[in-house]
Design a protein around this ligand. Sequence first.
Ligand SMILES: [Fe+2]
Ligand SMILES: [Fe+2]
Length: 188
Amino acid sequence: MIPTEKQAIEILKKYIKGKANLEHNLIVGYGMKGISKFLGKKEDEQNRFFVIGTLHDIDLEKYNGNIKNHCVVGEEILNKENIDKEIIRTIKTHNEILGIKKEKEEDHLLFSIDGLSGIIRAYVLMRPDRDITQAKLKSIKKKLKDKGFAANVSREEIYYAPDLLKIERDKFIEAVLEEVKNNMDFRE
Ligand SMILES: [Fe+2]
Ligand SMILES: [Fe+2]
C-alpha cells in the first residue's frame, strides 16, 4: 500500500525515536515532495514522493551500524508495514553499497536530497534562532561552496540528480528548501 502523509509519519515514528533521525527523514520527505511539485507531478505522485523520502531511513536505529544492512533491515520493516514494493525498491537504491541501479527519476532525486538535507539541517542548527523561515537560497548556496561546512556531506551527491535530470541547481535547492520551510519547525 501507499500510505498517506499522515500514515507515513506515524509509521516513521514507530521505528525512529531520535530527534535528529526523525528530522532527517522528514526533511528528505518534504524535500522529495517539493521537487515533485516543481516537476509538476499530480497530487498522488507528490504523496508517493513524500512517502519515499519520509521512510527512506526507517531502519536508522535498527541496522546496528553495519552499512551493508542499511535498507535491508529497512526492507523487512517496510514489508511488515505492507508498503508498496516499488517504493521499497527506490528506497533501497539510496544505499549504494547494495549495488542496486538507480533507474527512475525518484531514485536519483532521493540520493541527492538525502545529501542536501544534511546541509539544510546543519544550516538551521547553526543559526542561534534555529528559524528555518530565515534560510535563503543564497545562504544555503554559500554553505555548499564552503567545503569546511558539514564537510561529511558530499557536494557531488547533491548535484548528481539535478545535473543528470537537467534541473537547474538553484531551482532544485529552492524547491526542496521551500517545502521544508513550509512544513517544519526546528525551534522546539
Ligand atoms: Fe540512508
Ligand atoms: Fe538519509
